[in-house]
Each structure stands twice: as structure tokens, then as C-alpha cells.
Design a protein around this ligand. Structure first.
Ligand SMILES: [Zn+2]
Length: 112
């Protein structure tokens, strides 16, 4: 979740990309290997492309310019799913605010 090197990606999409890349969000950026960074980069690009195609992620009353809800909320694997089973391994996802104060959801079994 440390965003000094890759800043400005929204919290929802950071959670999703880290889940896809199977990287533990609490790890310092400097501990991420080149291979993991490449995997994270692909995951970020994929998550953002899919979210744009789905017209964003609507929570509560958000609507786009045409008054429609974003559809990406139904495709989330991590964010907002604390306590629910991981879509990859079935373990219960953990929700925490212990990493820099923001809402983070992760699978401790498949994110390292
Ligand atoms: Zn998992």
C-alpha cells in the first residue's frame, strides 16, 4: 500500500491489483522484487482497464455523467470483501486499517 513509488492509484484499485499480483500490502516498496513489480504493474493496468470498461466502481450514490452506476463493484476480488472467501483460494479475507490507516483487504494465504 506504500504509494511513494506508484502514487495516485485509488485505494480500491490498489487493493485489487495487490490481490491479483499476490503481494502482501504491508510490504515496504523496496522489498518488492523486479518480477513482482512487473506482475503488479500488469495487474494495475488490467484492473484499471476493466474498471473503466465497467464505468467505474459505484458505492452508495455515485453515478457517472449519464446517471448510471459503475459496474466494477460486482467484479471486486478484495476491496469491501473482508470476511468473505477469497476468490482464488477460499480462505477468509482479512480487512484491516493497520497499514497506513486506509481500508485494506487481503488474503493472508495467497498474498506474500
Ligand atoms: Zn487467497
Amino acid at each position: 500500500m506504500e504509494q511513494r513509488k506508484i502514487a495516485g492509484i485509488g485505494n480500491i484499485y490498489a487493493n485489487e491489483a495487490l490481490w491479483r499480483a499476490q503481494i502482501d500490502p504491508s510490504r515496504p516498496g523496496a522489498s518488492v522484487t523486479l518480477e513482482e513489480a512487473a506482475s503488479l504493474r500488469s495487474s494495475i493496468v488490467a484492473v484499471l482497464s476493466e474498471a473503466i470498461a465497467a464505468r467505474g466502481t459505484s458505492f452508495r450514490d455515485y453515478r457517472d455523467a449519464r446517471g448510471e452506476r459503475g459496474g466494477f463493484v460486482e467484479k471486486l476480488d478484495a476491496y469491501g470483501r473482508g470476511g468473505l472467501p477469497c476468490h482464488r483460494c477460499g480462505s477468509k479475507l482479512i480487512a484491516t486499517h493497520a497499514i497506513d490507516g486506509r481500508a485494506t483487504v487481503l488474503c493472508v494465504k495467497c498474498q506474500h
